[in-house]
Design a protein around this ligand. Structure first.
Ligand code: ATP
Length: 544
């Protein structure tokens, strides 16, 4: 019997990475040439696992969605459908979405708070107290002086009533004009000198369309799949009989030229997203936000991330854009993170009508309230929208409105990595002589396990391989199965445990006499017998 399993911990990340390579879950891209930073390939087991994760998402969110009944927690019944859009889209899409502007900005990262700021949007002032002179900063805006004062008081450990002890010099200056960052206190940091050098934020990969290759032929690889859904909203409504509330799902590759790709596949430069844009009436949008937050959390729990390593983090009101009534991240305590730290698996955001209006009217200014067009230096709209009407008319009430959007945006690679980390378990199992041996077992949920069952003849004679091969071929019509007749059966079990195969079927001497086989359960290690003709039904029942 297995002993109490030890769950993964930071020190175990190395073991997980090594198992992924050894057993063919993940390889570094172009490894024979020394690899390429931020790019990963899925091996024979990994490709099945990731496909299963994506398939589970598509099936649960789109195909099997019950659109006739009001689901628990949902404000109403709703429809779901899908799209598959191109990776390269019209460059204006990225101008109106806001990604293009980011592309040109210089950004600085704070090593302490992990926040990223636009270099030209941080202002600061020199201030002296307790014999020390520092450059205290805040994000540009109406409250910048108050923010600087609060930061300075905290840094010098002064109470508000002693604010006169702070000796300020000159007026606010842009951080970009300061030569050295040594005395700089970043907007959200406690210590000095935590900002990196400014870097151009090459978020989007640039490419060229056609042979000429001038600047007017420049295009970008999409940094998210979401925009393909927004720009097709009208097409979907006009070509189908869907009514709102309606969710449109898309999964596919996205590309971000991450400055610091790291932590295995967690921060890659090429990755896959699974995104839903859920369009609804503005008055119901907050309720829908809450529904989606809980629905998505449950999805991860149902697939095995049920422990305390999974958490939902609601953004505080200060973190929200003013047009949003909520954003939450579903996070996982990946073993490569420090104790108490969590990494984002999925963000669920209430986006109001920001995106549809930006694609209609032109890029809106996220900081304006109510939302207004962002203007360029010439006072004209900075980026023009499509001018197309992306509003919705309810054919029952005849009401016309711009739908509000809830966006559950997940990463297929991060989800796959979380499932791998959660599954990694070290415990003990008996060998052929009944002696306990340590084993590594990937306790993946059977639905996402790469191989559903392995079939073994106990020995390579007496007709056992023939029966086992017949069972194997029969199961193979339905799911991914594996046949293995090499080596001691205990070793074969171990290999399947490492691959996360939930069931092993063994043909032995009793099969020859009674036409039954054993089915061994990966997690409980229990074995029981079923008739050869019942194997398919038994495995199907377990996987259902
Ligand atoms: P982070 O703050 O970690 O960079 P983000 O907030 O920029 O993530 P979103 O833009 O909300 O991420 O993207 C939605 C999802 O796409 C994320 O929750 C994550 O699962 C996935 N994702 C984003 N960037 C990456 C990346 N570089 N590598 C792998 N997955 C990613």
């Amino acid at each position: 019997m297995s002993q109490a399993a030890e769950k993964s911990s930071p020190k175990e990340m190395e073991k997980i990475v090594s198992l992924c390579k050894r057993r063919g879950f993940l390889f570094q891209s172009s490894e024979i040439y020394g690899g390429i930073n931020g790019f990963w390939d899925y091996g024979p087991l990994g490709v099945e696992l990731k496909r299963n994760v994506k398939e589970a998402w598509w099936q649960d969110m789109v195909v099997r969605h019950d659109d006739l009944n009001q689901l628990p927690g949902a404000p109403a019944a709703y429809s779901m459908t899908g799209l598959d859009c191109t990776i390269i889209m019209h460059p204006q899409v990225w101008k109106c979405s806001g990604h293009y502007d980011l592309f040109h900005d210089y950004m600085v990262d704070c090593r302490e708070s992990k926040k990223r700021y636009r270099h030209d949007q941080i202002n600061g002032r020199w201030v002296t107290a307790k014999g020390q002179r520092i450059f205290v900063t805040a994000q540009a805006g109406e409250t910048q002086q108050e923010d600087m004062e609060r930061q300075a008081l905290k840094f010098f450990n002064l109470r508000a009533k002693n604010k006169d002890d702070l000796v300020w010099e000159g007026s606010a200056t842009c951080l970009a004009e300061i030569d050295s960052t040594e005395q700089v206190l970043a907007p959200d940091a406690k210590s000095l000198n935590t900002l990196t050098e400014p870097r151009e934020f090459n978020l989007m990969f640039k490419t060229t369309i056609g042979a000429l290759g001038g600047e007017e032929d420049a295009a970008f690889l999409r940094p998210e799949t979401a925009q393909g859904i927004f720009v097709n909203f009208k097409n979907v409504i006009d070509s189908t009989r869907f009514r709102l509330p309606l969710g449109i799902a898309q999964m596919g590759k996205s590309f971000r030229n991450e400055i610091t790709p790291r932590n295995f596949t967690f921060r890659s430069r090429e990755f896959e997203q699974m995104e839903i844009e859920f369009f609804c009436h503005p008055t119901q949008s907050h309720e829908w936000y809450q529904y989606w937050r809980d629905r998505r959390m449950k999805w991860y729990q149902d697939l095995g991330l049920a422990g305390e390593r999974l958490q939902m983090r609601e953004h505080s009101p200060e973190e929200l854009s003013h047009y949003s009534t909520g954003t939450a991240d579903i996070e996982y305590a990946f073993p490569f993170l420090n104790e108490g730290e969590f990494g984002e698996l999925e963000g669920i955001a209430h986006r109001g009508d920001f995106d549809l209006r930006s694609h209609m009217e032109g890029k809106l200014d996220e900081k304006s309230n109510p939302l207004e067009l962002q203007l360029g230096p010439d006072g004209k709209p900075k980026w023009r929208g499509s001018g197309k009407d992306l509003t919705y008319r309810d054919d029952l009430t005849n009401e016309k409105y711009t739908p509000h959007v809830i966006e559950p945006s997940a990463g297929a690679d991060r989800a796959t990595l979380a499932f791998l980390c959660e599954a990694y378990t070290e415990d003990e199992a008996p060998d052929e002589d009944g002696k306990m041996q340590s084993r590594v077992v990937m306790k993946l949920h059977p639905r996402i396990a790469p191989v559903k069952a392995a079939v073994f003849p106990l020995v390579k004679k007496d007709g056992m391989p023939e029966i086992a091969k017949q069972i194997y071929l029969n199961l193979k019509k339905k799911f991914n199965v594996f046949y293995d007749e090499k080596g001691a059966v205990g070793r074969r079990y171990r290999r399947q445990d490492e691959a996360g195969t939930p069931y092993c079927i063994t043909v032995d001497t009793e099969t020859l006499e009674k036409n039954t086989v054993t089915i061994r359960d990966r997690d409980s290690l229990q074995q029981y017998r079923v008739g050869v003709d019942e194997v398919l039904a038994a495995i199907e029942e377990k996987l259902a």
